[in-house]
Design a protein around this ligand. Sequence first.
Ligand code: SAM
Ligand code: SF4
Length: 354
Amino acid sequence: MWSPIDLIAGKPAPGQAFDYRDPLQSLRPLQDSYGRRIDYLRISLTDACNLRCVYCMPEDMRFRPRAELLQDDEILTIVRVAAELGVTKIRLTGGEPTIRPGMVELVRAIVATPGIRQVAMTTNGLLLAELAEPLARAGLRGLNVSIDTLDAVKFRRITRWGDLRRVWDGIAAAEAARISPLKLNAVVTRGFNEDEVAPLARLSLDHPWHIRFIELMPLGSVADFQQEAVVSSAETRALIEAELGPLHPVPGYDGHDPARPYRLAGAQGQIGFISSVTEPFCAGCNRFRLTADGKLRLCLLRDREVDLLTPLRNGCTVQELSDTIRAAVWTKPWGHGLPDGDVPQIRVMSQIGG
Ligand code: SAM
Ligand code: SF4
């Protein structure tokens, strides 16, 4: 429920901007009822993964059969329609996007879609040593690689069996293929890697990378563990500054990236904090998500979803698909309900894509 307090927090009244049924609205780029322009779609290519990170999914996670996932032509249809509606940026994620068969060809086809200006990917990096070069040739621009520690033993504990050397080989291959920007993501999990944040941040001194620290978010069956293990961005930042000195804001922040950029004195790269729990960035949110099983998720941390798979398989027209996407985006919630104890239940992070 909107209240005048929300206005002070930067939240306009819903419907204040435009009505999506207004005939002129069909000529306007996608936006939600709060007037936020939505031009960034994150697509989960699979819910499956070759790791089982403790903060992401239970060890005995069951994955969906392929027939229940969007096929390549279905993804490309949605991308084409989204681009016609004004989406310009796509991020491919998962589960682990690199394990999807035919993924490089899919990237090439998405890159070639009129209106799409940037296609990026978030990956655990295990398969990047072989895939970075083909992905670069397919037109991928931007890679986020998850790496929560520099210690091989801790890495295995966090991921349950991951080999940290392969991630470093993948990062080296991404650099050799000149994929840029290259961002390294670390979820800070108490008892697992809060002592690793300064060593990770130190990487920004000698590399042009963006090192980003993510607050643990509670979802689904692992929510209890996640809530106990959260380390606030304020604490992470203090740990870094205590060891490496003050962080200086980087000028030119556009308000859309959830990680406001900082820099250590003399560093080549940047440091960012994604503080979805303690300092949500809802006012600047410009994104929505497509799950591997074909649901539009309007807010990462809200369970409401809009099904696209069923209408697609029932033969809906392109216009009907377009109308469904526009109407869904219009209903994008202002933000999550974690402060009210409203924890999303129906999926874990790997089923959404982060
Ligand atoms: N498998 C790929 C990877 O790990 O980068 C892509 C999917 S993963 C779900 C996307 C991002 O979400 C990763 O950076 C991961 O660390 C992060 N993540 C997973 N579970 C999380 C949680 N509970 N809270 C915050 N971030 C989480
Ligand atoms: Fe897999 Fe990424 Fe989740 Fe780790 S964070 S289990 S790599 S989907």
